[in-house]
Structure formats: structure tokens, C-alpha cells
Design a protein around this ligand. Structure first.
Ligand code: GDU
Length: 338
């Protein structure tokens, strides 16, 4: 079995990817210091998969500890999720974001090159497109607009680091997957997104409002140039994103690459804020109290993926609908509140 190191493997997308790696016959090893995740996730992963999941609890930025913990291990592939991801927090605390997100990538890439890892997948984001002028459906070739948050900049710089490492002749085969808006949870309801404090993202805010933890949802902005005046995003089930990593590994294993490949991971379908609220209400039978509020600084009016490249290269497409994702997020929310 191939050992796959999954940094941030106890986190939201990481944990779902670990499940699917195990189901597809890989041997994932989680490297996570649990600063932004919960150790209970490991137990749930073992319940879902029936397998013991090895965990290395070190900070991925710590070069010495990483090297010591991985000493002698044969690692075939690395999937690097470990990073901070809150856009607003990155604006107030940019240095924390630059230090953590860049240092972790540099450390694990350096270890990977030195230890002859073959395949490497980096978590990028549609945030690297900023607000591209006059374009709503973005392809990997779309000319990006200005990227406004330090979080977004860490993804732009991360992609550049991959490119430069490849150009230097490193034999790594590398993919950067640009996720759109991940939502949903494992259909078992055992793992999902665990926002710490008040959620920043829309669907966790909706589900927390429905259970009464948040009194009311504020819809940021009502006069965007979209059919209902609210922002449009490409919401994608986290299970589909996890699957894209497994397909990504298959691709890397069979295709020696001359350059880093950058690939959109989205559904190709845009959904407005009001549409997502309505979908939630239909699926759950719960009303969500909401009101319109001010626009949120830096929000793009409308963006969704052109997923053609992911289909072609990774032989991947989504299997879950928005309804499935909302239903699974709701099951997860009810499960953690019991
Ligand atoms: N929204 C609300 N009310 C809320 C929360 C969100 O109306 O309480 C709206 C936002 O204004 C936006 C939409 O819901 O129109 C989605 O917002 P999210 O915060 O869930 O997602 P974003 O599209 O802003 O952010 C996502 C990722 C980021 C980054 C970014 C790239 O969460 O990590 O990658 O996409 O644009």
C-alpha cells in the first residue's frame, strides 16, 4: 500500500480526504498539530473506515520535528492541506498568515524533495482569481483580478513556490487544486466542518442559526448585479473535493508532468446566497431568520468554476448535489449538538 502523508489531515477537507484515500486502498498518515482541529476526529475516522489511522502530532512548520517524525518512512505522495483559511482574520493578522501558510509549504516541500517523494498536491483556492474583470465563469487561464486578502496572497505565493521548485528541476510531480466553496459533511454525520467561534462561512452560519446558536443570519448585500441581488458562488460538496484528491493522485501516478498543473475544483454551477438559504429551508424543513445587511468588504459579486480541465485531466466530476451537501451539513450540525 502506498503511504500518503496528509498535512492538516484532521481538518475539514483533510479528514474527508483521509476517508476516501483509505477506501481507495492508500495508507494515509496524518500530520497535524490540532491547533485548528480536534483530536476526536481521529476516532471518528477510525469508526467510518474501520482502520487505524497513524497520526503525527507535530507542527508542519517545524523542520526538525517534521524530519525526525518522518525519519525512515517511505512516503509516495504528499497532500498539503495544513494552513490558516479565514479571510477576515488574515486581514487583521497578516503576518500570522504569511508565516504559517508559507513556512509550512516551504518546510514540507523541502522535506519532499530531499526524501524523493514522487507526487505532491497543494490546496489552492479560487481566491487566487480575485475579481477577474467581466468574467464570472473562470478557467485556469482566466486573467486574475486583484487578490485582496493576505490569505489569498498566501495561495498565490504558494502556487508560485510550486512553479519555481518545478523549474529548478525538482523531480516532484505537482498539482495545485483550486477549490471553490466547500460545504457539506461526510454522509455518516461523524465528521464535518467545526468552525471555532462565530462561523465566517455561509452554510455553517445557516445551520447554526437554524439550531438557535446564532439568533439571525445577515445576508451581506442586496444590490449586487445578480438576478436576486445577492452574491453567487460555486458551492461544492466536501466529499467531491476529497474525491478530486484521490483522482489527482491517480493522475500524478500515471502522468509525469513537465510543469505544475493548476486545476479548478468546482461544480460549474453558481448559487446565490438566497438560493442557498431556500435550499436549506426546503431540505431541513427549518426556517432560518435572516435580514439584509451591509456588503462585506472584498466580496466578489459572482464567481464559479469552469470545471472542464478537472474532467479532462483527472477524470473527475461531482457526484453530489447542493441538496445533498446541505442535507449532510444539517445532519452533521444536529449530530454535534446532541
Ligand atoms: N455570506 C453572507 N452572510 C454570512 C456569511 C456569508 O451573506 O454570514 C455570503 C458572503 O457575502 C458570500 C457568500 O455568503 O457572498 C459566501 O461566503 P463565504 O464566506 O462562505 O465564502 P467566500 O466565497 O467568501 O469564501 C470562500 C472561502 C475562502 C476563500 C474565498 C475565495 O471560504 O477560504 O477561498 O472563498 O473567494
Amino acid at each position: 500500500m502506498k503511504n500518503i502523508l496528509v498535512t492538516g489531515g484532521a481538518g475539514y477537507i483533510g479528514s474527508h480526504t483521509v476517508v476516501q484515500l483509505i477506501e481507495k486502498g492508500y495508507a494515509p498518515i496524518i500530520l497535524d498539530d490540532f491547533r485548528n482541529s480536534h483530536e476526536t476526529v481521529i476516532r471518528e475516522l477510525e469508526t467510518i473506515t474501520g482502520k487505524k489511522v497513524p497520526v503525527i502530532a507535530v507542527d508542519v512548520c517545524d523542520k526538525k520535528e517534521v524530519a525526525a517524525a518522518l525519519e525512515g518512512m517511505q512516503i509516495e505522495g504528499v497532500i498539503h492541506f495544513a494552513a490558516y483559511k479565514a479571510v477576515g482574520e488574515s486581514v487583521t493578522n497578516p503576518l500570522q498568515y504569511y508565516r504559517n501558510n508559507i513556512e509550512s509549504l516551504v518546510t514540507i516541500l523541502d522535506w519532499s524533495v530531499r526524501n524523493k517523494v514522487t507526487n505532491f498536491i497543494f490546496s489552492s483556492s479560487c481566491t487566487i482569481y480575485g475579481e477577474p474583470e467581466g468574467v464570472k465563469e473562470v478557467t485556469e487561464g482566466t486573467q486574475p483580478g486583484i487578490v485582496r486578502s493576505p490569505y489569498g496572497q498566501t495561495k498565490v505565493i504558494g502556487e508560485q513556490i510550486l512553479t519555481d521548485v518545478k523549474k529548478s528541476g525538482a523531480p516532484l510531480n505537482m498539482l495545485a487544486l483550486r477549490y471553490f466553496n466547500p460545504i457539506g459533511a461526510h454522509p455518516s454525520g461523524l465528521i464535518g466542518e467545526l468552525p471555532i467561534g462565530k462561523p465566517n462561512n455561509l452554510l455553517p452560519f445557516i445551520t447554526q442559526t437554524a439550531v438557535g446558536i446564532q439568533p439571525e443570519l445577515t445576508v451581506f448585500g442586496s444590490d449586487y448585479p445578480t438576478p436576486d441581488g445577492t452574491c453567487i458562488r460555486d458551492y461544492i460538496h466536501v466529499m467531491d473535493i476529497a474525491d478530486a484528491h484521490v483522482q489527482g493522485l491517480h493522475f500524478l501516478e500515471t502522468t509525469p508532468l513537465q510543469d505544475v498543473e493548476f486545476i479548478n475544483i468546482g461544480t460549474g454551477k453558481g448559487t446565490s446566497v438566497l438560493e442557498l438559504i431556500r435550499t436549506f429551508e426546503n431540505v431541513s424543513g427549518q426556517a432560518v431568520p435572516w435580514k439584509f445587511g451591509e456588503k462585506r468588504h472584498g466580496d466578489v459579486a459572482e464567481i464559479y468554476a469552469n470545471p472542464a480541465k478537472s474532467k479532462k485531466l483527472l477524470n473527475w466530476s461531482t457526484k453530489y448535489t447542493t441538496e445533498d451537501a446541505v442535507r449532510d451539513a444539517w445532519r452533521w450540525e444536529l449530530n454535534i449538538r446532541r
